[in-house]
Design a protein around this ligand. Structure first.
Ligand code: HEM
Length: 505
């Protein structure tokens, strides 16, 4: 006891016995006055918070971002103010569809969330390991996610729902091709890239705006599992990412990524659309690197495991609306939808004051006039200046950080971007980058994922692959025939085995 802290109740009173309930006689009943036992049981009932509605399974660590190149001509953001400057950060990686107990090595898009604790507030990138997404309108996001989660009747994942949706949304072809390619199952978070995916904006100290895309390139190289390798990993461990990320950092082998940006001066988006047929703000499309080359900015290193997973990773709240002076949004309609969705999710999942919790707390001073609410830790208000404007030295606005105006123009309408855009050329270019072996694995992965869905959905999706490139459709058709005949003969074997087993009984 001498050098160990004394066990207390949450109110600080010392606890004499943490093993024996207070009972009448040797065996009970237990007295209601054993409030220490009641406190312990009541706390256990409240240990879980709702899991994230998407990206529930995750792994994370703290780290450092270092600027290696000067980009102050594009942005006045404090994080980029000087070559050599270092900023503390937090990363959380995740799968999209699986629940908290899901296996790590499943074929899925990976989330790539970053929080940079800059001296002008937290800047968050809430991206994925892919530069594009399945859909480009926030209206479609909840429907898309429903197809990835469990069927309401069977409570099982539904390949029919996934392919039904994808085959009705040709804009998903690019992302589906990436998901079904080798990159669909990275072996661990450090062996994949991360992308901001959306177009954001930079503005510099002359109030000039640039559209920007963020790319985090792994310095560990890309490593992936095939379906069969992933099955073997999952059979042994559902936590393979947690094990690898945690133990690599514990060993002092810190994973690193290089940050690159693509920059498009404001005003060029019209030309870009005319030349390419794609909107610079369409999340299902990339900006060709030949037109907008990657510009190196800095390096991110993960170097500290959190000492409590729940406190630092489960309670972390990433939010695309967390921008800082020098970084802004774009008209990308998906991004605009997300600006509402994340803080709303955090208030529901964590609570009103989620930004005061350790992983979310800015490392710079915070002064605002929000009042009350549940558990208002960290509300640092001057007692007499609890409204604004006031004459009692309360915090005041700073016009020097005013963002330059956006030049949006147009008629308000519900425009159908899908009808207008070319959804085939970019997946075609990606498909043609693959060598023969990569193409074979792509066909096979798609065939395994499509096996068993209704014929009319299969036909509709195959027609889309044909439109990308006839060889794409033909390859998937061939792989499907093979996968179907293999699964038919497996069924035959299991029927005959079970018949002979019952005959033996
Ligand atoms: C309109 C479209 C979208 C909506 C409404 C949406 C909504 C959400 C919500 C509600 C969460 C859970 C947040 C929480 O409880 O902490 C979430 C998590 C996440 N989303 Fe989205 N999302 C959208 C599109 C995207 C896109 C396009 C990306 C990537 C480019 C993305 C990446 C992520 C990531 C990485 C997480 C996990 C954040 C974390 O690590 O805590 N989402 N999304």
């Amino acid at each position: 006891m001498a050098d160990r802290p004394r066990l207390t109740t949450t109110a600080g009173a010392p606890v004499a016995d943490n093993n024996n309930a207070k009972t009448v006689g040797r065996h009970g009943p237990v007295l209601l006055e054993d409030y220490q036992l009641i406190e312990k049981l009541a706390h256990q009932n409240r240990e879980r918070i709702p899991e994230r509605v998407v990206h529930a399974k995750g792994w994370g660590a703290y780290g450092t971002f270092t600027v290696t190149e000067d980009i102050t001509r594009y942005t006045r953001a404090a994080i980029f103010s000087q070559v050599g400057k270092q900023t503390e950060m937090l990363a959380r990686f995740s799968t999209v569809a699986g629940e908290q107990g899901a296996a790590d090595a499943e074929r899925d898009v990976r989330g790539f969330s970053l929080k940079f604790y800059t001296e002008e507030g937290n800047w968050d990138i809430v991206g994925n390991n892919t530069p594009v997404f399945f859909v480009a309108d926030p209206y479609k996001f909840p429907d898309f996610i429903h197809t990835q989660k469990r069927h309401p009747r069977t409570n099982m994942r539904s390949a029919t729902a996934m392919w039904d949706f994808w085959s009705l949304c040709p804009e998903s072809l690019h992302q589906v091709t990436i998901l079904m390619s080798d990159r669909g199952i990275p072996t661990a978070p450090m062996f994949m890239n991360g992308y901001g995916s959306h177009t954001f904006s930079f503005w510099n100290s002359n109030d000039e705006r640039f559209w920007v895309k963020f790319h985090f390139k792994t310095k560990q190289g890309h490593r992936h599992f095939t379906n069969r390798e992933a099955e073997q990993v999952i059979a042994k461990s559902r936590e393979s990412y947690q094990e690898e990320l945690y133990s690599t950092i514990e060993r002092g082998e810190y994973p690193k990524w290089d940050l690159f940006v693509q920059i498009m001066p404001e005003g060029e988006e019209g030309d870009f659309e005319q030349k390419t047929g794609w909107s610079a703000f369409d999340l299902t499309k990339v900006w060709p690197h030949g037109m907008y080359p990657l510009i190196k900015v800095g390096e991110m290193e993960l170097n500290k495991n959190p000492d409590n997973y729940f406190v630092h990773i489960e309670q972390s709240a990433f939010n695309p609306s967390n921008v800082v002076p020098g970084i802004g949004f774009s008209p990308d309609r998906m991004l605009q939808g997300r600006l509402f969705s994340y803080p709303d999710a955090h208030r529901y999942r964590i609570g009103t004051h989620y930004d005061a919790l350790e992983p979310n707390k800015p490392r710079c001073p915070v002064f605002h006039y929000h009042q009350g609410g549940e558990m208002p830790f960290g509300l640092r208000t001057n007692p007499d200046a609890y409204y604004e404007p006031n004459s009692f030295n309360g915090p005041v606005e700073d016009p020097s950080v005013k963002e330059p105006p956006h030049r949006y123009a147009g008629e308000v309408n519900r425009y159908d971007y899908r009808a207008e855009a070319d959804h085939f050329s970019q997946p075609k270019a990606l498909f043609n980058l693959f060598d023969d072996a990569q193409k074979e694995r792509l066909f096979h992965n798609i065939a395994e994922a499509m096996n068993g869905i209704p014929q009319f959905i299969e036909d509709r999706q195959l027609a889309l692959f044909d439109q990308v490139e006839p060889a794409y459709g033909a390859g998937v058709r061939q792989a499907l025939a093979k996968v179907k005949s293999e699964s038919d003969s497996e069924k035959q074997t299991s029927i005959s085995t079970s018949h002979s087993a019952s005959a033996a009984e």
